[in-house]
Design a protein around this ligand. Structure first.
Ligand code: CA
Length: 376
């Protein structure tokens, strides 16, 4: 089935209040959606993680390699795009743009065959997944010791049994906030930390040792992603498992992470690391290395549905009667079109999310919403 058109949609929306993480802040949300049409009129949707207008420009540069290609040949198309742009594109925007294209092609493949993506990838290994709440960004005013603690209490009231706390601002203040949040959510719920690479290795080790008694699930992006030596120092210098990978790309990027034993829990983003095709390969590599895989998830319901299709086929790293299951990152921060782009929002129920079972990604896209949030 030949590809006849490739379109991108750049969506943006202002937020009611800006939010900040360790090294930056924003007052808007943006996304680049990829729409691919094949000759019988079937349409597939994908999403690229990262700067929306730049992603759209890269997808436009892919166009001549896509028009007329067989949409079912997902690996063939992946290799064509990667090899044509390899010399300047082994990481970053080229791979995030390939990711959006690849997800849209899997959506088409599933729709043409009448099957959800996870069946075509050999699953499902699970039909629902436990979600953890991502939020706790810093606001323009107020004391995080008050509003962050209040926010995580809200997540537990919503039914989440796992939450992730943003740190990476100041070791002492972060440690105090971690203790306050642990106290608020009680000893049993899962609590993870995300520094958004705001520390150097010595600070990260100091923080990890300070809160070692707080039953922390993982310590995400303690240091900058390209410095795997510092990652290994943090792994060795403090007891909390180290997570990372939302800024890493393709099988080759993760091969380096795995062979150097730099990260305990891999977090590739399906909309960034190379799409569904590549992330399945990375997941199988991680399993071969005995390393856990918990996808990074950000963006709209389209990216979320792709992550759910992948989550359905992630290998269990130790097969047993009660296997350890991967978690779904469920962003709770303000996003005016996260769910609006879907005709039926993907919601959690008591902290669990069902894997969509319809053809392709298993979602229906709301075109009116896409037009409403599209910028010129
Ligand atoms: Ca993160």
């Amino acid at each position: 089935m030949r590809i006849v058109d490739v379109r991108t949609h750049v969506l943006e929306a202002e937020l009611s209040e800006p939010f900040a993480w360790s090294f930056d802040s924003t007052n808007k949300r943006g996304s680049c959606l990829v729409e691919i049409e094949v000759e019988d009129g079937t349409i597939g949707w994908g999403e690229c993680f990262g700067p929306s207008r730049l992603n759209a420009a890269v997808v436009a540069a892919f166009r001549k390699h896509l028009i007329g290609a067989d949409a079912m040949a997902t690996d063939q198309i992946w290799q064509t795009l990667y090899s044509r742009f390899r010399d300047q594109g082994q990481k970053g925007l080229v791979v995030t743009a390939i990711s959006g294209v690849d997800i849209a092609l899997w959506d088409i493949k599933g729709k043409l065959l009448g099957r959800p993506v996870h069946q075509l990838m050999g699953g499902p290994l699970r039909t629902k997944v436990q979600a953890y709440a991502t939020g706790t960004y810093r606001r323009g005013s107020g004391d995080p010791m008050d509003y962050v603690v209040e926010e995580v209490r809200g997540y537990t009231e919503d039914g989440f049994n796992a939450v992730k706390l943003k740190i990476g601002f100041d070791v002492e203040a972060d440690a105090a906030l971690i203790r306050a949040v642990r106290s608020a959510i009680g000893p049993k719920r899962a609590l993870m930390l995300d520094a958004n690479h705001g520390y150097d290795a010595l600070e990260a080790i100091e923080l990890g040792r300070l809160v070692a008694d707080q039953n922390i699930g993982w310590f995400e992006e303690p240091v900058v992603p390209e410095d795997l030596g510092s990652y290994r120092e943090v792994r060795q210098g403090q007891p909390i498992p180290v997570a990372g990978g939302e800024c890493e790309f393709t099988r080759w990027g993760f091969l380096n992470v795995l062979t150097t034993r730099s990260i305990d829990i891999l977090q590739p983003d399906t909309c960034a690391a190379g799409g569904l095709s590549e992330c399945k390969k990375i997941a199988d590599m991680a399993a071969a290395f005995g390393v856990r895989y918990v996808p990074h998830v950000w963006g709209t319901g389209i990216g979320l549905s792709a992550a759910l299709q992948l989550l359905a086929v992630l290998p269990t790293t130790a097969l047993r009667h009660t296997p350890r299951e991967p978690l779904l990152e469920f962003d709770r921060s303000e996003h005016p079109f996260r769910q609006a782009v879907l005709s039926q929002p993907i919601e959690h129920n008591g902290g669990w999310v069902d894997i969509p079972t319809g053809p392709g990604l298993g979602i229906e896209v709301d075109r009116d919403a896409i037009e409403r949030f599209t910028v010129a």
